[in-house]
Write a protein of this length. Sequence first.
Length: 254
Amino acid sequence: MAAGEPREVLVIGGLHGDEEAGQELVENLQKRPIAGVTAILGNPRACEAGVRYTEENLGTVFPGNPYTYEGRRARELLGIARKFDIVLDVHTNRTPDCDFMVLHPEANLTLRGISSFLGIDRHILAGREYMVGHAASCALIDLGANSTLGRMLLRHLVLELARGYQWHPHGDAEWYGFFCGLEEEEVARHGMVPGKGFSRLPDETARALGCPPPAYSTCWLETPKGYLCEVVTPIEEPWGPLYGKWPAYHALAG
């Protein structure tokens, strides 16, 4: 870990109103402020109603549109995010053993080093539907149902980032991947159990998805047409050049 210049940090929680970890972190930071840190709710209406979204999924509507509340909020959030050195977008998912980060392919060493601090070794390449896909200074942190990463550890991360500290990324092979949508019959055919963690994909399935085997997947979000799945594989080469070679996340109206 190395010290540097102080940074302006934005923390966003509650982009989805039914995810608690980010909302709790924002509440903590608002009650006990840290110099250089701004904490906001991503989707205040959905958080107040306790629903995932009100009109449209804010997580996958970037860069936004003028037609829905979430579409307009996406435009607003991008404008806010571009004023900060680092943006942390904190989420939760309902799958055990499924802590991961979503990063822009041009994410700098500071953002990639966050995973070293948190002990997260799964990285997803951001599609253009996500805020991360439009802001290289943003890191999306998604915590699994059984995550051991508590609010205080995340608060400590925010404090150190604001102070200018930087961690070196893992030197060994890490897990990199992407999101994809699979229909219900595909999930069953591959022997995948929704909400039960990672399982090995058949090599032919991995290749069909554009992912070099061995590949593992978990399906953690049910959609009207199937499931949103996370597909990962261990690689040792720089991951930026892989962006564009792997299939982009294709939405299933999540």
